[in-house]
Design a protein around this ligand. Structure first.
Ligand code: XCC
Ligand code: SF4
Length: 630
């Protein structure tokens, strides 16, 4: 096994050498074994939507097969493949939200799941037109949850949360006929329209994809975020630490990995159970150390300050430390490879969701009805496993960084309120934020989001783009694995203000915030939609007028395709550091990176070099400022 030398993440380097010594395989090895990716797949010109195929279109114009057996062109095939990725991503986010809605429905006074934020419950009930007067909290909760569940399959009408968008944006959606209706319906429509013999017009296929993506952003993801807040509390600013150094030598280590907070919230409770803490001491450990990874990690760090072990690309490394008693997973972004890897150590790899049974894992089904009981059972498995740890196999990297997390929209506004001092100023609004942007103290804002991808160096694109932006007075909000990359790089600290331009530095000092704000998991990109909508509405303009951008420097998942699509369809330019599988159609590529702007006021940019990407973002932001005359 030989590994490419990593210039960027030295933590990974040490553990990869250990992997070689231990004779275990990681994604780095599998990437090397994979050699060059399939050229047709990479360009998006392989179709297997029916069994006459697979049909592969020759990438050379005018030479070789230019049409599939049914006559589908490269433009059609690329558009259909893209739309199907959106469907996959929107399905994942939205099914997550459906589960949260079910949990909200079963919440009750004496149950494991309770309403932790009555304010938010009341606010959304109000938004959705639910009568609250004279009703008991849990009556309202059930009514709201039921209404949310109908968002997935209601026969008529559009998504309730669309009303949060500025009027101008809603008008664009209406005119294009891309206002999302029931979430499941939009996903189904993609699958239907991309079936053999249906839509072939790439413009129309993209519109269908945008509508489903919007059902994700303003539907599923927003429901996921808001309802999690009702159940588990609105995140507030708090300190934590990030990187593999948060794994403790003398404690029972448990890694929470996946996406659904309903499981991880209960594990957090279970890990505080005095009986289990005592059991940990009885087996010779100093206590129980929960650490998080990917978006479940983000959910519990936002609400409890649970330390961040790392992001997507580090999941195997956490096991490789030899000090991980259990890896507990729910859904999404979990390498099946963890099963084989865990076998080489004492680690118990525990899967919990009937939607994500993983071969070779220990399966303990997490039924929400017996949530805490099951969580305790799982934690107990981890604790008793401590004595099986082979000390000779342990290598815990020292690297970790301090970080401040927990910036929900409410928390950001709360911080802004603190700097409003004149009695004429309005409280509880985003006005101070828009004021500093209009004054030019901040040039604009960027949402840096998304995954890790071995097609680029681990975390390098995230960190390079973010540093360049804050240096140029562009404030950054981050979610997902991008936020974890920023945390590890020490960018979620007050000290990071020293890396900023003068304007952003001053804002950080006055408001008391880091220049990069961790806004949560990937469904929490809906928090960013909420924030930009508030700024646009406060100024009486559309989202597409604002000097704000979305960036996904290292994205890889279908969820990210859906996200990018709804962000663009919401009027925000989106910069992708990894080029999607569309380049086999010059026409579809042109639609995404050019003409789509005529419809929705925003477009995609593909730029793989982070430095160049940052420069393009800065240019675009200045262009928007000029148009606004600010
Ligand atoms: Fe997964 Fe959400 Fe991507 Fe990270 S950022 S690799 S999707 S965990 Ni969502
Ligand atoms: Fe080939 Fe058309 Fe079938 Fe696709 S749908 S596999 S292009 S025949």
């Amino acid at each position: 096994m030989s590994h490419e030398v990593l210039e960027f993440d030295q933590v990974s380097q040490g553990l990869l050498e250990k992997a070689e010594r231990d004779g275990v395989e990681t994604i780095w090895d599998r990437k090397a074994a994979m050699k060059a990716p399939c050229g047709f797949g990479e360009k998006g010109i392989c179709c297997k939507n029916c069994s006459m195929g697979p049909c592969r279109i020759s990438p050379v114009a005018g030479k070789g097969a230019q049409r599939g057996l049914c006559g589908a062109t490269a433009d059609t095939i690329v558009a259909r493949n893209f739309a199907r990725s959106v469907a996959g991503g929107a399905a994942a986010h939205s099914d997550h939200a459906r589960d949260i809605s079910h949990v909200l429905y079963m919440a009750c006074e004496n149950g494991n799941y309770k309403v932790r934020d009555v304010n938010k419950l009341m606010k959304i009930a109000g938004e959705w037109g639910i009568e609250t007067a004279g009703k008991d909290t849990y009556e309202i909760t059930r009514e709201l949850a039921e209404k949310a569940l109908q968002e997935f399959g209601k026969p008529f009408g559009t998504q309730n949360f669309l009303s949060r968008a500025p009027k101008q944006r809603q008008k664009i959606w209406k005119e294009l006929n891309i206002e999302p209706r029931a979430i499941d319906r939009e996903i189904t429509t993609i699958m239907h329209s991309t079936h053999i013999g249906c839509a072939s017009d790439p413009e129309s296929i993209l519109e269908i994809a945008m509508r489903a993506a919007l059902a994700d952003g303003w539907g599923g993801s927003m429901i996921g975020t808001e309802f999690s807040d009702i159940l588990y509390g609105v995140p507030t600013a708090r300190g934590t630490e990030a990187n593999l150094g948060v794994i403790e030598e003398n404690m029972v280590n448990i890694l929470l990995h996946g996406h659904d907070p309903s499981l991880s919230e209960m594990i957090v409770l279970a890990a505080e159970d005095p009986e289990l803490v005592q059991l940990a001491r009885d087996v010779g450990a100093e206590g129980i150390n929960l650490v998080g990874m990917c978006c479940t990690g983000n959910e519990v760090t936002m609400r409890h300050g649970v330390k961040i072990a790392g992001n997507f690309y580090q999941q195997e490394l956490a096991v490789l430390t030899g000090a991980m008693e259990a890896v507990i997973v729910d859904v999404q972004c979990i390498f099946p490879a963890l099963a084989r890897l865990s076998d080489c150590y004492h680690t118990k790899f525990i899967s919990t969701s009937p939607k994500a049974k993983i071969e070779g894992s220990i399966y303990i089904e997490f039924a929400e009805e017996h949530a805490l009981e099951t969580a305790k059972k799982i934690v107990r498995e981890a604790v008793v496993n401590y004595k099986n740890r082979d000390r000779s196999k342990v290598l815990i990297p020292e690297n970790k960084s301090k970080a401040i997390v927990g910036y929900s929209v409410e928390t950001i506004i709360g911080h802004l309120d603190k700097v409003v001092n004149s009695h004429t100023d309005v409280f509880n609004t985003v006005k101070p934020l828009s004021d500093v942007i209009w004054a030019g103290v901040l040039r604009g804002a960027a949402g840096v989001v998304g995954c890790n991808n071995p097609r680029v160096k681990h975390d390098k694109s995230h960190v390079t783009v973010i540093k360049e932006l804050i240096k140029n007075d562009i404030i950054v909000v981050a979610t997902g694995c991008a936020a974890q990359a920023a945390a590890k790089a020490g960018l979620l600290t007050m000290e990071a203000k020293e890396l900023c331009g003068r304007g952003l530095k001053e804002v950080c000092e006055r408001v008391g915030i880091p220049p990069v704000l961790h806004m949560g998991s990937c469904v929490d990109i809906s928090r960013i939609l909420d924030l930009v909508s508030r700024v646009a509405k406060e100024r009486g303009i559309d989202i597409s007028d604002l000097p704000v951008v979305g960036v996904a420097p290292e994205w890889m998942s279908e969820k990210a395709v859906s996200i990018g699509t709804y962000v663009v369809a919401s009027g925000i330019d989106t910069f992708l550091g990894v080029t999607p599988h569309v380049t086999g159609s010059a026409r579809f590529t042109d639609i995404l990176t050019n003409t789509i702007e005529n419809k929705v006021g925003a477009k995609f940019f593909f730029e793989e070099y982070p430095q160049a990407c940052a420069q393009k973002i800065i240019d675009r932001i200045e262009e928007k400022r000029e148009k606004l005359g600010i």
